[in-house]
Design a binder for this molecule. Sequence first.
Ligand SMILES: [Fe+2]
Ligand SMILES: [Fe+2]
Length: 301
Amino acid sequence: MAEPTVRLVHFSDVHLTAKRLGWRRRDFVTKRLTGWVNVKLLGRGRRFKHAPAAVAALMRTVRQRPPDALVFTGDATKLAFAAEFAAASAQLGVHDASLPPAVAVPGNHDYYTTDAAGQFERAFAPWQVGVRVDDAPYPFARKVGPVWLIAVNSATPNRFHLDASGEIGPAQLDRLQSLCGRLDGGVRVVVTHYPLRTETGALEKRLRVLRDHEAAVKTAAACGVSLWLHGHIHRPFVRGATAAVPFPMICAGSSTQTGRWSFHEYAVAGRDLVAVRRTYCPAADDFRVSDRFSLRLPGVT
Ligand SMILES: [Fe+2]
Ligand SMILES: [Fe+2]
């Protein structure tokens, strides 16, 4: 009998914002101020000027050819303001029941300051449904056909203004191991914001790295993970399994950053994954096929 094919759409790092951010006095002493300078004065805002148009085109594609599930790997916002979460949730159709089921995790921009905790989870609640351990928010797993999408939170609020590093943490890794022990057969796919390696196989710089990458690789390998889907790096890439990371990783890149805007469509059948990258074409206001690649998923029988 032919293996059932599961179709996924993977997008990331949309960095949506709102006109009225709702600044409060205490925001001026947080990282938000540096972030705002970065957005307004140093060009980051310009790079995401067309983000709403790109997201609208992405959602049109999803509605025209609905996949079995959506996968969003974080950085919904720029500065984790409540107004930005509301805008992101509305533009991505998080509460639109006519869309396929989805799994979402926060990025470092969604945990920009310590007081941002919980906002992503509230805004994206319908995309955070799944099997959990001890009712902890992360990890959670949702089964789509024979594929387990395992959402892991790798974003942390960091005090130092330039610190964009992340961490899963020992407690969440322990829960990940317990969760994996409960899952039945199927392809296990981690959905998280941070990569384990860059495109070249190097670790990211100290201020951008997943701090507990070593423990993460070890736990994921012990859990029989076949694929690591992520964002954070704004250029899309794919890396096959290596001695250092024994499963492939796919970075969706940013789906909205001008000139880099893309997302991925995956068809998973047994141990085979066939991917299509679509890149936004502003003239056509549409995402066009720009690349194709395929992978053999390890550990799938
Ligand atoms: Fe990002
Ligand atoms: Fe990020």
